[in-house]
Design a protein around this ligand. Structure first.
Ligand code: DX5
Ligand code: ZN
Length: 216
């Protein structure tokens, strides 16, 4: 099965958000990646639910929601109300990760867990059978357009092995620093989903950039 591409709206032109979403609807993107930040878990704030409700109303692709916030379980109803396909929380933000994964699935969404660059893949061994997706950060979260951390490739390989070994159905997604060059290497190591912000929205032709990321 070919890999999926999930463009991150964080790098879009927010003064023309409807046009940007319309472009994604027409593109070969599989999902739309939405980055929610709180200025506490990460040193930045992006957009919140009043904005996301408008995004969700216009988006014609499944919403891949990435929460970079403390206590993400508090917002399960809000994410569900957006009609999101998937809600991904940070391992580092959940004291009771197993409970949070259960609550997301109970709400009828796919449950994802994400790891910061310094968090080892091995810490997921006891929950890998419960999650639908693992998101590996290729940069320290908080900002688009950062340089890819090379060690992420090793983590993709380790995660692929853990998924195969445990018989888990979890998809392997990578977020941060993804471009045509790093994307090609990530897919070769076993990534199922590529998130890309800067590589899509800073391109001369974002539709073509998405096409190229789909056809690595
Ligand atoms: C980073 C966000 C990413 C970000 C990726 O904190 O989680 O989704 O938008 O941006 P690029 O692709 O520009 O590294
Ligand atoms: Zn993200």
């Amino acid at each position: 099965m070919s890999h999926k591409v999930s463009p991150s709206l964080l790098s879009a032109d927010f003064s023309h958000l409807a046009d940007e979403i319309e472009m994604l609807n027409r593109s070969e993107a599989d999902w739309i990646h939405l980055d929610i930040m709180d200025g506490v878990f990460v040193p930045n704030i992006s957009f919140g639910f009043p904005v996301l409700r408008h995004v969700a109303a216009l988006a014609a692709k499944p919403l891949d929601v990435h929460l970079m916030i403390v206590e993400p379980q508090k917002f399960i109803p809000e994410v569900k109300a957006l009609g999101a396909m998937q809600m991904t929380v940070h391992y580092e933000a959940c004291v009771h990760l197993h409970r949070v994964i259960g609550a997301i699935k109970e709400a009828g969404m796919k449950a994802g867990v994400t790891l910061n660059p310094a968090t080892p893949v091995s810490l997921l061994s006891d929950v890998i059978g419960e999650v639908d997706l693992v998101l590996l950060m290729g940069v320290n979260p908080g900002f688009g357009g950062q340089k890819f951390i090379e060690h992420t490739l090793v983590k993709v390989r380790e995660l692929r092995e853990l998924v195969e070994r445990s018989g888990s159905c979890a998809l392997v997604e990578v977020d941060g620093g993804v471009n045509l060059e790093t994307g090609r290497r990530l897919v070769a190591e076993g990534a199922d989903v590529l998130v890309a912000g800067n590589a899509v929205f800073s391109a001369q032709n974002p539709l073509e950039a998405i096409h190229q990321l789909k056809n690595l």
